[in-house]
Design a protein. Structure first.
Length: 201
């Protein structure tokens, strides 16, 4: 149990200044930052249950908190987490490794989960993936309009026709994210309590 005890995730224990229990203006006993992600992964897991060897890309992994939750959901057999971690302390890499250390499989099926950290910018790493090879891409890197729109447009061709694209921080605090989603025509999707968004191709 030592590995589990050392897992670090602010989604599970967020600062109260983030108002994690506030829903539509009311204080509740539901941590929206945790359950919003649970709802997202449940939606994806149900939609992809007949797909073998599911693969996702996460753009912007930071400490691996969302990576941990995606891997724990069993919705994906292989997860590629892209983040150059430029200008960040060594502690960030250590925390990513700690949060994902339980997932060292080969990505060959349910429960054999593989997490691979790609320390590159998303616009460089995109060439690693063949067109229509991914089941899901989750965008949570630079939140400016230009960068979110670029990530969407670069990675859309890499997603299978049966796949999904989504991301984090669809909120008034991040207007660039909302503008990029509108610009790319992805507004008719699903939105979750943790400010994640999801669009089916």
């Amino acid at each position: 149990m030592e590995e589990v005890e050392k897992i670090n995730s602010m989604r599970f224990n967020p600062p109260m200044s983030w108002e994690p229990t506030v829903h539509t203006g009311k204080i509740t006993r539901v941590n929206r930052l945790m359950y919003g992600m649970f709802n997202l992964t449940t939606e994806l897991g149900s939609a992809l249950e007949d797909i073998e060897n599911t693969v996702m890309v996460e753009i912007g992994s930071y400490k691996g908190e969302s990576t941990l939750m995606f891997a724990s959901s069993f919705a994906f057999d292989t997860i590629y987490s892209i983040d150059p971690l430029v200008g960040m302390s060594d502690n960030i890499q250590e925390e990513f490794n700690q949060n994902t250390k339980l997932f060292k499989g080969n990505g060959t099926g349910i429960g054999d989960i593989k997490v691979e950290h790609i320390k590159e910018y998303s616009f460089d790493a995109v060439e690693r993936f063949k067109d229509e090879s991914l089941d899901f891409v989750y965008i949570d890197g630079d939140h400016s309009f230009d960068n979110v729109a670029r990530d969407i447009l670069l990675y859309l061709p890499k997603i299978k026709k049966t796949g999904f694209i989504g991301g984090h921080d669809y909120s008034p605090e991040h207007p660039g994210v909302r503008e990029a989603i509108r610009y790319c025509g992805l507004e008719e999707g699903l939105f979750f309590a943790d400010t994640s968004w999801l669009y089916k191709l």
